[in-house]
Design a binder for this molecule. Sequence first.
Ligand SMILES: [Zn+2]
Length: 389
Amino acid sequence: MRSLLVTNIGELVTADPAWGEGPLGIRHNAALVIDDRRVEWIGRAADAPAADARLDADGAAVLPGFVDSHSHLVFAGDRAPEFAARMGGQPYTGGGIRTTVGATRAADDEQLRTNVARLRNEALRQGTTTMEIKSGYGLSVADEARSLRVAREFSVETTFLGAHVVPAEYADRTDDYVSLVCGPMLTAARSAGARWIDVFCERGAFDADHSRAILTVGADAGLGVRIHANQLTEGPGVQLAVELNAASADHCTHLSAADIAALAGSATVATLLPGAEFSTRSPYPPARALIDAGATVALATDCNPGSSYTTSMPFCIALAVREMAMTPAEAVLAATRGGAAALRRRDIGHLTVGARGDLVVLDAPSYVHLAYRPGVPLTTTVVLNGELV
Ligand SMILES: [Zn+2]
């Protein structure tokens, strides 16, 4: 594989304080070489060695590729009318998930694949080099398995979310549905290559006992654990995530002081999804309190057709800074290294020697512009796994 020199980097964000100034480990007038898909060398642009190919950043900022650790890309249809109604004053309850389940079951594999490809490419153009993808709009053994097979064509970080909601045909038979999820559906999800298991632990979805049962069986089967926790109410999800040593508790919108303390004292990442609060006109999660308490925070899009139909990590960074009192540096760290931690990955989310060759060149002199210039397409070049996209 050809080596790639990226040089004349005005501001290199390594996302590792051991490799430069401040929490983002910043270097100025820098260069780096990617060889065999890994960062092989970092130094001053003036000392840059030769390589097979050369990318001149012309003084711009270069960041690690964004790590979006929470998305629901496998679905059909959209829910624009529901969004419009909500913006007209109707509350969000999560009930619209069943609308998407119907459309997803009716779609063929090729329609699902085409939709995932469109959204994955949309994210990549904005700098997302790693994207977790969940199932959860099939909710039958066959439809969950094919959702995961399609997801696996686009990412190794695939998550089995059979416990998204109880499908209509199991109304008032939640125990039976949980047995299905823990039995044949989990077996099918494993054969389809799922790496993670997730549960929507929320009033109207799955309670603490059902969630614990599903996640425990999944963990015993070798899947990593993540939870949709405390999105709509101050529920048991966060405490359950910590109890089960989940990689991530996602949403974390309504947290008690005990929830914040539990996250801060654990290896569970608090993954914040401000696109969901934006799109449901809800209060934002307490990022400041989490960071001040010492919790590891990630930012992700939650891309889905109901409550957060965005693939844009820069948009989430801008929201986190403007609405959640995060500094631009904290938000960028959460969108890169934080996302990697939420996926228990050490090879991505930073640009240091040995890291995977995933990076973003901005049409801006500093990472600060991601929040300072919201809504502007600043990503000019993306390198994915050592190759120019
Ligand atoms: Zn979600």
